[in-house]
Design a protein around this ligand. Structure first.
Ligand code: SAM
Length: 269
């Protein structure tokens, strides 16, 4: 499952957006629901190790979050004392962040993370929660690595959090891989193995529906999935060196059975 519920409700915005990026534009409705729906990803159990890891890498320097969204990570990282700036494509997601923290404390630039340049140098650039996949072409993902390298001080790190493509669950003839079958939500991925694109489908039960009147909201989002090794090559193209790969923020080693990875590349000093 890859996060990125954008979608079908904003065809005009999407068309405007396609002229500069392949990313789907996250709508106001999605932005308004995001924090309420991401309770697990916003829990202390998830954010604790995430923030400790990122704060350690930022050191005494500044951090830049690509696709900062509503500030799920960036806001508490700033509150820990790390100076944070953000780049975000969706004005709606940025507006939700702005309701939590002011511009002087956490500046956000509206733009595409593959190309947007913000002032200053950073010891850490990070891109979490599978969001590299929102760039739907390999060229754009490479540009995203280049843009991270552009913002890093010598010795600085680029960190990505990304799921391992779940293709081991897709035997020949099967068209979809379920990732959530719960009371409120049904989710499954479908794949275009030639174009390296997956679509995450979400059916989320309306809160006010039950019994004989069950109603579900349908959303889907497109992603370009990538293997860890492909990201390493993108990093090399961008002049970054692989430093480490973990299975989670708490330092769990990455193995062949890991379902996600935290990868760290370093700009040579
Ligand atoms: C899964 S959310 C992650 C938000 C936040 N980083 C977090 O961890 O909660 C993905 C975010 O990526 C943003 N996004 C998608 N494509 C983008 C692009 N090309 N440049 C900048 N932001 C982008 C979306 O608008 C959305 O806010």
């Amino acid at each position: 499952m890859l996060e990125g519920k954008c979608v079908d409700s904003a065809p005009l915005h999407r068309a405007e957006c396609l002229s500069v990026t392949s990313s789907e534009l996250w709508t106001r409705a999605t932005a308004d629901r995001y924090d309420a729906e991401e309770t697990e990803m916003s829990s202390a159990a998830v954010l604790g190790p995430t923030l400790a890891f990122l704060a350690d890498l930022a050191g005494d320097g500044r951090a830049l979050e690509f696709a900062i969204g509503t500030g799920r990570v960036g806001v508490p990282l700033r509150e820990r004392g790390v100076p944070v700036a953000g780049i975000e494509l969706s004005e709606h997601m940025a507006a939700a962040l702005r309701r939590k923290i002011d511009e002087d404390t956490l500046p956000v630039t509206i733009g595409d993370m593959a190309t947007t340049v913000v002032p200053g140098e950073f010891t850490l650039v990070y891109l979490v929660y599978n969001t590299i996949t929102n760039l739907l072409t390999q060229d754009e993902q490479i540009e995203c690595f280049r843009n991270a390298a552009r913002h890093l001080a010598p010795g600085g790190r680029f960190v990505i959090e990304l799921g391992v493509p779940p293709l081991r669950f897709l035997p020949p003839g099967q068209v979809a891989v379920p990732f959530d079958v719960s009371e409120r939500h049904l989710g499954f991925d479908t794949f275009d193995l030639v174009e390296q694109i997956l679509v995450s489908h979400h059916f989320t039960r309306d809160d006010d529906s039950d019994g004989d009147d069950l109603r579900y909201r349908r959303e889907n989002s497109r992603h370009r999935y990538a293997w860890p090794a492909e990201l390493d090559l993108m990093a090399r193209i961008a002049g970054l060196e692989k430093e480490r790969r973990l299975a989670d923020w708490d330092g769990t080693p990455f193995t062949q059975d890991s379902t996600k990875h935290i990868s760290v590349w370093r700009k040579p000093a």
